[in-house]
Design a protein around this ligand. Sequence first.
Ligand SMILES: Cc1cc2nc3c(=O)[nH]c(=O)nc-3n(C[C@H](O)[C@H](O)[C@H](O)COP(=O)(O)OP(=O)(O)OC[C@H]3O[C@@H](n4cnc5c(N)ncnc54)[C@H](O)[C@@H]3O)c2cc1C
Ligand code: FES
Length: 415
Amino acid sequence: MLDIFEIGAAVVFVAIAAEVCFSAIREISRFRVARQRRDLELNVFQAKAETLIQFEQQRREQAAQTWVGKRKFRIIDKAVENASGSICSFQLVPHDGKSIPPFRAGQYLTFVLRVPGRGVVVRCYSISSSPGNRAFYQVSVKKLAPHRDADGQEVPTASGFMHNLAVGDIVDVIAPTGAFALDEISEKPLVLIGGGVGITPLMSMLHQVAEATQIRQTHLFYCARNKDDQIWSRQLQEMAELHPQIHVTMVLSQATDEASTTSRHLSIKTLQEQLGSTNYQFYVCGPSGLMEKIIPGLYDWGVPKADVNYEAFNQDLLKALRSRLQESQGAACGVRFSRSAQLLNWQEGDGTVLELAEAGNIKIPVGCRAGNCGTCVTTLKEGRVEYLRPPGFKPETGTCLACVAFPVGDIVVDA
Ligand SMILES: Cc1cc2nc3c(=O)[nH]c(=O)nc-3n(C[C@H](O)[C@H](O)[C@H](O)COP(=O)(O)OP(=O)(O)OC[C@H]3O[C@@H](n4cnc5c(N)ncnc54)[C@H](O)[C@@H]3O)c2cc1C
Ligand code: FES
């Protein structure tokens, strides 16, 4: 029989033993948690390092494999993308049979097209396929109606010409370029806002997000007039179902079917409600109405300028955006076109040096009108110009790209 002291001693002993056991278990689990955290950090670090190495390799490859000037590409597939038939995709491979150089999601190709009834026309089309797809480049083109010149003659559009091309046809293409490229290194979540055919560069970005090892939350807002105009809607829904990090919101401004009776335009309020914070990298590409509303709206909401990336498909938009985004208006100045012996006054709202020249009937050779092909390079004899964003084509010192250049004070150009 144990006496009361022995029972007390046994209880104390058991309590101490239990405490020792518990603290040993606590220590072990603390150690396990610390090890798991360290392993996790190591994995994250390794994934980041792999991503960095992969992108560095890709940049080097792009630099090494890119081509200068025009290169012949063959159309290997053509597909109408929407019910209205307004947008057609083309898959292209180099005619010389060599591999295609890599590109960054969001970049575009520049086409030099011989359009019957119009001559040589240079146009840019964003690559809509994945940067991971090394079998072909895909571009998706919206057909615009021909217009009439001053004599009432019909002027065909380059996009209309593209729509008439067939599998097997050859086109001249300038290498992928463009600053509207996805920042693949950043871990910040993404917001992609596309309107109409402006979805094309964003589709390439979305492919990249879906294929990346690194999980990056991504919200796509895709604005179209109606379902007939929309492209890739099933593909987008499938991407969202397959990849939990991808969230797709369709915004129809003229919904026609019964299932989606609410017609609306995308607003900053919708973005605020759905996103909850400004802590995203934004990529915006769409028609003037959308861009002129959304981009200044994002700034007003407090999104840092460095996090707002956008691509303007036409020059009018560039002029309108500059007027909205400039903190101060450009000072009125004189632009002297020395070869034509004309001095024209420029003020904010007159647009680029090219637009001023055209208004004065001064001829400057023109291609893409977007700062990408170099056709409009003009010698800048005196003064300084600025660009809303760095142009895709880098003009040499002492020259400017008239199609995207705005004068900063009096200038003299050789045109
Ligand atoms: C970086 C970049 C990427 C792009 N990516 C894409 C893309 O992925 N997909 C895409 O479809 N487009 C894209 N574009 C736009 C594309 O490059 C062309 O601008 C577009 O296809 C229109 O060219 P076009 O020759 O067909 O029409 P244009 O002849 O340039 O005419 C454009 C419109 O203006 C009207 N117009 C022109 N001149 C007159 C006039 N004198 N009087 C009355 N009307 C007139 C035409 O009827 C037409 O509706 C991109 C542009 C840039 C800069
Ligand atoms: S026209 Fe292409 S860069 Fe100006």
